[in-house]
Write a protein that binds this ligand. Structure first.
Ligand code: F6R
Length: 614
């Protein structure tokens, strides 16, 4: 959550910080702020509640100077999202300024003890403890590095912090404890950047270093020194990042979300990419760490994730079971991390986190590391924190996703999971060769099918215009399409703020049916697959209660036409791959409804792109 930026160099810090914050805004947009050591050696802080654009209105960039500074875009945890609680925070003497991402679990204790020693707090945040703690340690010892290390060792929880100090105008300090989101240091030409994520750094440099947990960085414009929390110097590897700079712009599209929906044919092509050899129908995962014997001996798979990634897990459970014949379960990471589950070296945990930063997923992975089970993680950010825990990371290759609602990362997670299930199935001989060949040839058609689906959005626009005033929606599906019903409902609620629920269709008559009347549109996912007859029964039940039906189907049957108020057609593919193309109507219904409702589609209220707190 929260986006952090830092700059030191010869260019104008206020401009760089503000532009960079705009690129990190997807991480939180409750408030925005920067702190600078200006050309008159003053510590200047400007902040405002709300988005970066709102902040910019408050700011006369031309009046601000300084070659060093820090910035922050907030997703509030402690204290409401107002101006006072906005970062950066300071100490009592306005010498130190900090920006923070994470939660300080012992902040009340620290605050109480600092207040007793005379410190005056201005905000309700946990973050403000940090600047006062550094100040307190500096009162006893004037070694700033020691004070920062001491602070890092005192605060509990997962935290990332960047600090400037008026008396150290040529240095930026940062530290990371635990897994509260990334901190990336970018090496420019006589200038250095610090950021929570790549998009803010990529316009300036592609040479980066990732700060790990329990590390501190002391940054000047020419060099970075890395130390552990005991103060011992460490050497870190620099990486060159490859990122398509165009992927950061919205291009011709009104919203990132729409652009990212349109990126999907290319993204899915990249996901399949070199992993499939269509000449001999082989699937390959580079440097796959487990032997064929280990794969044959897997006795249990557990898929974990949150939100949209959890829905990808739910689809994949069906694939892993039927293709690999390994008993498979799914759990929400935040529940899984507290379970007393029985695992051993024959268990395989597959976690999905597009950001690689989700706190609950990281905690679940860490907790079961000691169980000897094997771990694979899927991520859209392969150098992220989840990849440091797993035995093996699979890059889902969706490309940068900025819209807060996941779209292409969902589709690419599904595609990767499908490939992984085929790969494991082949190694276990649980799948006939002809079946693999047939499935791969269907998979190869998906980019074209999806591209055609995106070319005609009229049916979605018509439906959105008709249904956007409704306040409640029910989504129903069965089998592989039940998780898609959940995903459709999630997309709708998060970007249009309409209440929506996704249910397995068979569950409907056990309660939700009480809600059905003409004011409750029911989106029924009813492709022509082995569940068709069962779904038709549910369709009839909705109709009998005067429900309004929007059916999504692969082809027309008279039954569906007679029962549904509106129909959306999607192309045919194999039953197994339907959920991948079913994501398109789930995305476009929500997008066009939210557009009609004039919602802030790329930055829905209360949300953030990566959830780095529990
Ligand atoms: C919804 C959405 C969220 C994320 C969830 C997990 O559109 O994006 O539900 O899927 O917060 O995020 P990751 O995949 O980064 O772990």
């Amino acid at each position: 959550m929260c986006g952090i930026i830092g700059y030191i160099g010869n260019n104008t810090a206020p401009k760089i910080l503000t532009e960079s914050l705009k690129k990190l805004e997807y991480r939180g947009y409750d408030s925005t702020g920067i702190a600078l050591l200006d050309n008159n050696s003053r510590l200047v802080i400007v902040k405002a509640s709300g988005t970066v654009n709102n902040f910019k209105k408050k700011l006369d960039l031309n009046k601000l100077t300084g070659k060093i500074g820090i910035g922050h875009t907030r997703w509030a945890t402690h204290g409401e999202p107002n101006n006072i609680n906005a970062h950066p925070h300071t100490d009592c003497n306005n010498k130190i300024s900090i920006v923070h991402n994470g939660i300080i679990e012992n902040h009340q204790e620290i605050r109480h003890s600092l207040e007793k020693s005379g410190h005056k707090f201005l905000s309700q945040t946990d973050s403000e403890c940090i600047s006062h703690l550094i100040e307190e340690y500096l009162n006893n010892n004037d070694d700033i590095e020691k004070a920062i290390r001491h602070t890092a060792n005192t605060i509990q929880g997962a935290n990332v912090v960047v600090i400037i100090h008026k008396e150290h105008p040529n240095k930026l300090f940062c530290f990371k404890v635990g897994s509260a989101g990334g901190l990336i240091i970018g090496n420019g030409n006589n200038e250095m950047f610090v950021s929570s994520d790549i998009p803010a750094i990529i316009p300036y440099t592609s040479t980066v270093t990732y700060l790990s947990t329990n590390e501190i960085a002391i940054i000047s414009s020419e060099k970075v020194e890395y130390k552990n929390l005991e103060g011992i110097s460490i050497t870190k590897k620099t990486n060159t990042i490859e990122i398509n700079r165009d992927s950061i712009s919205k291009g011709e599209f009104k919203h990132y979300m729409l652009k990212e929906i349109h990126d999907q044919p290319q993204a899915i092509t990249d996901t399949i990419g070199s992993r499939v050899s269509f000449t001999d129908n082989k699937i390959k995962f580079e440097k796959f760490p487990f032997t064929n014997q280990e794969i044959k001996e897997f006795s249990k798979i557990i898929l974990i994730g949150m939100g949209t990634s959890l829905h990808a897990c739910m689809v994949a459970k069906n694939w892993f079971e039927s293709i690999t014949r390994i008993p498979t379960e799914v759990d929400n990471s935040s529940e899984f991390r507290y379970r007393d589950i029985i695992l051993n070296e024959k268990s395989l945990i597959i976690s999905i986190s597009q950001s690689g930063e989700t706190a609950d997923t990281i905690a679940a992975m860490e907790k079961f590391k000691s169980s000897n089970s094997k771990q694979i993680t899927l991520s859209n950010s392969p150098k992220s924190q989840t990849s440091q825990i797993a035995d093996y990371t699979i890059d889902i290759r969706a490309g940068l996703e900025i819209g807060v609602a996941s779209t292409k990362t969902f589709m690419c997670s599904l595609t990767t999971l499908y490939l992984l299930s085929l790969f494991l199935g082949e190694k276990r001989n649980s799948l006939e060769k002809t079946k693999i060949t047939a499935q791969l040839s269907e998979l190869a058609k998906l980019p074209r099918i999806i591209s055609n689906m995106l070319d005609n959005q009229n049916q979605y626009k018509i439906i959105a215009k008709k249904y956007y005033p409704y306040s409640n929606f029910l989504y129903l599906g069965r089998g592989l399409n039940y998780p898609l019903a959940m995903e459709g409902a999630l997309k709708l609620k998060e970007i249009s703020y309409i209440h929506a629920e996704g249910y397995p269709a068979g569950e409907m008559k056990h309660g939700p049916i009480a809600l059905i009347d003409q004011n409750m549109p029911v989106v029924v996912l009813i492709p022509k697959d082995k569940m068709l007859d069962k779904m038709l029964i549910n369709l009839n039940e909705v109709k009998a209660r005067n429900g309004t039906i929007i059916a999504i189907t692969t082809e027309n049957t008279n039954y569906i036409e007679n029962l549904a108020n509106d129909i959306i057609f999607i192309p045919k593919t194999s039953d197994e791959l339907i959920p991948i193309i079913m994501s398109i109507p789930m995305q476009l219904i929500s997008y066009h409804i939210a557009l009609n409702k004039k919602c802030n589609i790329d930055m829905p209220r209360n949300l953030a792109k990566s959830v780095t707190v529990e």
